[in-house]
Design a protein around this ligand. Sequence first.
Ligand code: C5P
Length: 231
Amino acid sequence: MAELIVALDVQTREEAVAKVKAIGDGVGFYKIGLELYTAEGPDVVKAVKDLGKKVFLDLKFHDIPRTVERAVRSGGKLGVDLMTIHSVGGAAMIRAAADAAAEFGASKPRILAVTVLTSMDEQDLRDVGIVGRTPAEQVSAMAQFAVGNGADGLVCSPREVGALSKALKQGTLFITPGVRPAGAAVGDQKRVATPADAVRDGATHLVVGRPILAAEDPVAAAAAILKEMSL
Ligand code: C5P
């Protein structure tokens, strides 16, 4: 059964806590990203955990292995459930993240790798020295590389999840943003899928922000998405 993660794209701890309370019992998992974490730091993670929720800390680490290892350990101590790294940080960095996470045993943070940012096209890849591969080929190669070196899963677009979930080993996590319930506003997302399609294609976690955060009735909006996920 896939899980719904609400992207807590707000600017303050107070707003974050108010949103989590307003969304209520229906949602048990929240994503804290760069904007909120840079503004409020670990206190906001603790506040969401104190409300009994799971936390996906999406800071996309990319640094030397020792630094990433220590950052993952800090996340583990905060009780974070999912964390992100960039797969282009290399094999040693990915393994360092996985090893640090493993120290937390059954309650370990799962490590998710970003393959290619969805904002990058073929020219952007060439600009950073990745020549002769399309973004799709690079996504597929980096996915195998990251999971092969110990990542628990991948962040991927709804367009990629079908092929990746077939190609990678059983138990790999697939976290998919860009999800829009049928008929919802797309916003700035270019390639979207409905919750039902994403789950059918193999997504294990869906990340949804504005369709719930900006809804007049966030409880009903979340319930509708959960229903679509179970279809
Ligand atoms: O509001 P919306 O549902 O578009 O929010 C999606 C969330 O997922 C945002 O926090 C966004 O930064 C994140 N995300 C994304 N696309 C990616 C990676 C992350 O939309 N490729």
